[in-house]
Ligand binder design. Structure first.
Ligand code: 5GP
Length: 189
């Protein structure tokens, strides 16, 4: 509810597809809100044997870090940039919702193994591309997926259905049912 209220106050619906939240999530970050978000994810995903919290750089890092802190676990950043550890991991190609271009996501096999049960945290769920790439990458490291926590789900886009139909526990903190320029409507519980 706190996040929903903040989106109503400071979120900007650029058009019917894209919500700008750069004054409290994506560019300037509200640490108190992030802490409350971390507590909410930690509460929902508690007692499930989760060993690590993973996110996709860069907007997922703040909420994932707070979640990891509340759960007393390490956080893993799935990297978008090609890097020198690429050879230790087969990259997953992901299409960016906001940019329309694709990028490669990588994860070092040093940090996730078959012993891990991983919670994925991201800022938005739209078409589910980023979450699907993260799931594939974590599975390639032979770990299991505990679920996917997202701050904002645009429920009118197909990501939620895609992930739930594969059996994943998807936990969105705010669910948007409809957007138009300067107009945001939420799915109420
Ligand atoms: P998906 O992969 O589910 O299609 O999109 C999720 C990713 O795209 C998120 O990691 C997020 O960074 C970005 N994204 C999707 N929709 C929006 C949006 O409305 N606003 C912003 N700022 N980012 C979005």
């Amino acid at each position: 509810k706190e996040l929903q209220e903040r989106i109503k106050k400071d979120g900007i619906a650029v058009n019917e597809d894209i919500l700008k939240v750069d004054s409290f999530i994506n560019h300037q970050v509200d640490p108190v809100l992030m802490q409350h978000i971390g507590e909410a994810f930690a509460e929902h995903f508690k007692d499930q044997g989760i060993t690590k919290v993973a996110t996709i750089e860069s907007s997922g890092i703040a909420p994932a870090l707070m979640t990891a802190m509340c759960m007393g676990l390490p956080m893993i950043i799935l990297k978008k940039q090609p890097s020198d550890f690429k050879r230790q991991s087969v990259p997953e190609e992901v299409t960016s919702f906001t940019k329309g271009t694709s990028y490669e996501l990588t994860l070092s096999s040093k940090f996730v193994s078959e012993k891990d049960h991983v919670l994925i945290i991201d800022d938005f769920l739209a078409n589910g591309e980023a979450a699907t790439g993260a799931i594939r990458l974590i599975r390639k490291a032979h770990a299991t997926i505990a679920g996917v926590g997202v701050l904002i789900e645009k429920a009118f886009q197909p990501g939620h259905e895609k992930l739930v139909s594969q059996g994943f526990d998807v936990y969105p903190l705010a669910r948007i049912s409809h957007m138009a320029k300067d107009e945001i409507e939420f799915l109420e519980d």
